[in-house]
Design a protein around this ligand. Structure first.
Ligand SMILES: Cc1ncc(COP(=O)(O)O)c(C=O)c1O
Length: 488
C-alpha cells in the first residue's frame, strides 16, 4: 500500500502530513540499512536491463509523484544497479566502501542544508576541526590551511594553482602566465595519475609543461632522472617550479621517496605537492606510516577521505603549508560577500577564500562522524588489514602455476594475470566475466605493456574469503576463456 505523503497545498515543499512523512522516512532508512546489512547476499554488480535504462529517458515530471512511489522506483531501479563499491567483492579502480555512520551523517547534513562557502556557523567550525586534525596527522604547522573539495583531482588542481602563485606571485591571477615571460615547468613520475596533467592543462600552464620522469623497478620516481631533467631544463631557460610526488600510485600502489623529493625540492627551490589520493591516509597505520616519511615536509598534500578513509562520497581534501599563499590564490573581494566582525557575516576568512567553490556542502560532517565513531586507531588497523589482504592475494597468485604477478605489491594493489599465449585478450575477458558473475569486481590496467587484472583492496568489508573468491573465479574463467579461444 502506498501511503500518501503529498506536499502541502500551501505552496511550500513540506509534507501535508508530517506523521506519514516520518513513517515513510523510517521505511527508507530501514531499506538502506537492510541493504548494507545484507550486502554480501547481493551481486557486486549486475548489467543494467534495457527496460531499466529506458526508465531514465523520461520527460521532466511536471506533476507530483508520491514519495513512497519514488522510493519504490529507487528500490527497484536504482539500488540494484549501482557500481557496487559498498560490496566486499568490489576491488576495482580505487573506491572506498563508505560506512553506515557516515551515511547517517550525510542524511543529517542534508536536513541542515548548510552552505559552507562562508559565514559564522558551527558547520564551518566542524570543517576547521578537521583541518586541525589533518594538520596534526600529517605533521603540518598550526598555520597550514585546508579545505574539503570533491576529490583529489580538484585538490591536485588547487595544489598546482597555489604553486603557480608561489612561483609568479598573486598578480598572475590578473595578468596571466604569459605576462611573466617564463615557461614554468612541473615534474612528476610516469606512474602519476592523469589528473596531474589535467591540472596543468586547466591551470593554463599546459600539459606539455609537465615533464614526466621515468620510474625505478618499484614504480617510484627516479630521483637522479628528475635532477638531471631539472638541470637540463634550467639550461634551456625554463623555470622549474613544481614537483608532484605520489603516495600510492593508481596502478600499483607505489610510494615515491617523499623524503628524497622533499630534499631535492628544497635544494632546487621547487614547490613539493604530494598526491596522496588514497595512500596518504596510510599515515593512520603505525606499520605503514614510516613509508610516508617526508610527507610532513611537503608544501601541499591532496587526498580523499572517501577512499581508504571510507567516508561516503565525496570528501576530497587539500592541505597547504602556507595559508597566506593558499588564500592569495583564490580570495576575491565582492560587495555581496562583505565580511563583518559580528553577526552572521563574521568569521573571515571563509572557506570560499581557499578554493573555487562558493556554495559548498557539509562534507565535513560525514567525515567528523566517521573519525569520531570509529577513531583513527580502528581506521589505521583497517588500512593495514587491506595491505595484509593484498599480500595474501599475492601469495595465492605466486602459489598458482596458472597465475602470475605483474608488479611488486607494495601497498594494497595487486596486478596479476592469467598465463596464456593470448594473455591480454584472456585477462580482459576474465575481468568482464568476473563483473558479470557478480562475484568480485577488479579492474584492469597496463603494466609494462601488458594488460593486468588489478585488484585494489580498499573496502573495509573485504576479507580473505573475497580474496579466495577472486582467485577461484579468475582461474575458472581463465580456463574457460582458454578453451573458447582455442576452439575459435
Ligand atoms: C593517485 C591518485 N590520484 C588522483 C586520483 C583522483 O582522485 P579523485 O577520483 O578523488 O578525483 C586517484 C583516483 O583513484 C588516484 O588514485
Amino acid at each position: 500500500m502506498i501511503t500518501s505523503v503529498a506536499p502541502k497545498s500551501d505552496g511550500t515543499l513540506d509534507p501535508a502530513d508530517w506523521q506519514s512523512f516520518r513513517a515513510q522516512g523510517h521505511r527508507m532508512l530501514d531499506d538502506i540499512i537492510d541493504y548494507l546489512e545484507h550486502i554480501r547476499e547481493r551481486p557486486v554488480w549486475q548489467p543494467i536491463p534495457d527496460s531499466v535504462r529506458e526508465g531514465f529517458r523520461r520527460p521532466v515530471p511536471t506533476a507530483p509523484t508520491d514519495l513512497a512511489a519514488v522510493h519504490d522506483d529507487f528500490m527497484r531501479h536504482i539500488l540494484p544497479y549501482t557500481v557496487g563499491n559498498a560490496h566486499p567483492g568490489f576491488m576495482g579502480w580505487v573506491h572506498g566502501g563508505g560506512n553506515p555512520a557516515g551515511m547517517l551523517a550525510e542524511m543529517l547534513a542534508a536536513g541542515l542544508n548548510a552552505n559552507l562557502g562562508g559565514r559564522d556557523h558551527v558547520p564551518i567550525e566542524v570543517e576547521r576541526q578537521i583541518v586541525q586534525w589533518v594538520r596534526q596527522l600529517f605533521g603540518f604547522p598550526e598555520t597550514a590551511s585546508g579545505l574539503f573539495v570533491t576529490g583529489t583531482s580538484m585538490a591536485n588542481l588547487i595544489g598546482v594553482l597555489v604553486a603557480r602563485t608561489a612561483a609568479l606571485g598573486p598578480a598572475v591571477r590578473r595578468r596571466g602566465i604569459a605576462a611573466s615571460g617564463k615557461r614554468l615547468i612541473a615534474y612528476t613520475s610516469a606512474a602519476a595519475h592523469g589528473c596531474i596533467s589535467q591540472a596543468m592543462d586547466l591551470s593554463g600552464l599546459g600539459s606539455t609543461a609537465l615533464h614526466v620522469i621515468p620510474t625505478d623497478d618499484q614504480h617510484r620516481i627516479d630521483l637522479a632522472g628528475l635532477e638531471n631533467t631539472i638541470a637540463a631544463d634550467r639550461r634551456k631557460g625554463f623555470t622549474p617550479f613544481l614537483v608532484v610526488g605520489t603516495a600510492g600510485t593508481v596502478d600499483t600502489g607505489a610510494i615515491d621517496d617523499l623524503a628524497g623529493l622533499a630534499t631535492l625540492a628544497h635544494r632546487e627551490k621547487l614547490w613539493l605537492h604530494v598526491d596522496g589520493a588514497y595512500g596518504a591516509l596510510a599515515i593512520l597505520a603505525p606499520d605503514l606510516a614510516p613509508r610516508l616519511a617526508g610527507l610532513e615536509r611537503a608544501d601541499s598534500v591532496a587526498f580523499d577521505f572517501h577512499k581508504w578513509g571510507q567516508v561516503p562520497y565525496d570528501a576530497g581534501f587539500i592541505l597547504v603549508r602556507d595559508a597566506t599563499l593558499h588564500r592569495d590564490t583564490f580570495a576575491a573581494p565582492a560587495a555581496y560577500l562583505r565580511r563583518e566582525t559580528r553577526g552572521l557575516a563574521a568569521g573571515s576568512p571563509w572557506p570560499c577564500d581557499f578554493g573555487p567553490d562558493l556554495s559548498r556542502g557539509f562534507r565535513a560532517l560525514k567525515t567528523w562522524f566517521t573519525l569520531k565513531v570509529h577513531g583513527t586507531d580502528a581506521l589505521g588497523a583497517m588500512i593495514s588489514r587491506s595491505c595484509a589482504l593484498a599480500c595474501y592475494l599475492a601469495s595465492r597468485i605466486e602459489a598458482s602455476r596458472e597465475l602470475e604477478l605483474l608488479a611488486p605489491v607494495g601497498l594494497n594493489i595487486v596486478c596479476f594475470g592469467y598465463r596464456s599465449a593470448a594473455a591480454d585478450e584472456v585477462n580482459a575477458r576474465i575481468v568482464a566475466d568476473l563483473h558479470e558473475s557478480g562475484i568480485v569486481a577488479p579492474s584492469t590496467t597496463t603494466v609494462g605493456g601488458r594488460l593486468a587484472i588489478r585488484a585494489a583492496i580498499v573496502n573495509h568489508r573485504t576479507g580473505p574469503g573475497d580474496i579466495d573468491a577472486l582467485v577461484e573465479a579468475t582461474l575458472a574463467f581463465g580456463r574457460a576463456s582458454e578453451t573458447t579461444i582455442q576452439a575459435a
